[in-house]
Design a protein around this ligand. Structure first.
Ligand code: RP5
Length: 190
């Protein structure tokens, strides 16, 4: 069952280079049939578009915005300053393979901490919550938890998700016990 005809979540990212990380949020929302709309909005390259996007998000009636950005990650905070829709920030460890030969531009100098702090250290009055660096999937799960307040059926799905995780750990533990640690590790990481 899809929860609405219109998207409930807006997923945005600062650059196409963030898409490989951000698709983790889409994956979990797709799995649970929660509609989302995905766009690239850059706080520093398209500042006017950012303000327009906030209006668009309000008009669309998004319940949550998931915003991913790397480096001096302004996107989540700036979007939050333009709208009352809650924003979940995804700090991204910049991996820019648009310039694959320039290894110095591939990763951020601060390993994603720059982006984590940019998102979480919003000054008082315009808060953004954040998941861990590159943890877009967690942003998807958190969005589901917020939506479950409105769609009780999602609570059951989240419970199922927890129980799947439990079962998967127990299954792997049984395999590990049976095979022994050395063999298990060789098989798992071959
Ligand atoms: C940020 O700068 C984006 O969110 C991205 O993580 C980072 C690098 O962007 P590109 O240079 O790959 O476009 O705005």
């Amino acid at each position: 069952m899809a929860y609405s005809k219109k998207p409930l979540v807006g997923i945005i990212m600062g650059s196409s280079s963030d898409s490989r990380i951000m698709q983790g949020a889409a994956e979990i929302l797709d799995e649970y049939k929660i509609k989302h709309e995905d766009q690239i909005v850059s706080a520093h390259r398209t500042p006017a578009r950012l303000a327009e996007y906030a209006k668009h998000a309000e008009k669309m009636g998004f319940k949550i915005i998931i915003a991913g950005a790397g480096g001096a990650a302004h996107l989540p905070g700036m979007i939050a300053s333009h709208t009352t829709i809650p924003v979940i920030g995804v700090p991204i460890l910049v991996y820019n393979d648009k310039h694959p030969k320039k290894s110095d531009t591939k990763f951020s100098a601060f390993g994603g901490l720059d982006s984590l702090l940019s998102i979480t250290e919003m000054p008082s009055g315009s808060p953004v919550v954040a998941v861990g660096i590159n943890k877009a999937g967690n942003a998807g799960i958190y969005a589901m938890k917020m939506l479950a307040n409105e769609f009780p059926d999602l609570k059951n799905k989240l419970q199922q998700h927890k129980s799947n995780q439990h079962d998967s750990v127990v299954k792997e533990s049984d395999q590990l016990k049976k095979q022994g640690l050395s063999k298990f590790t060789k098989n798992k990481f071959k």
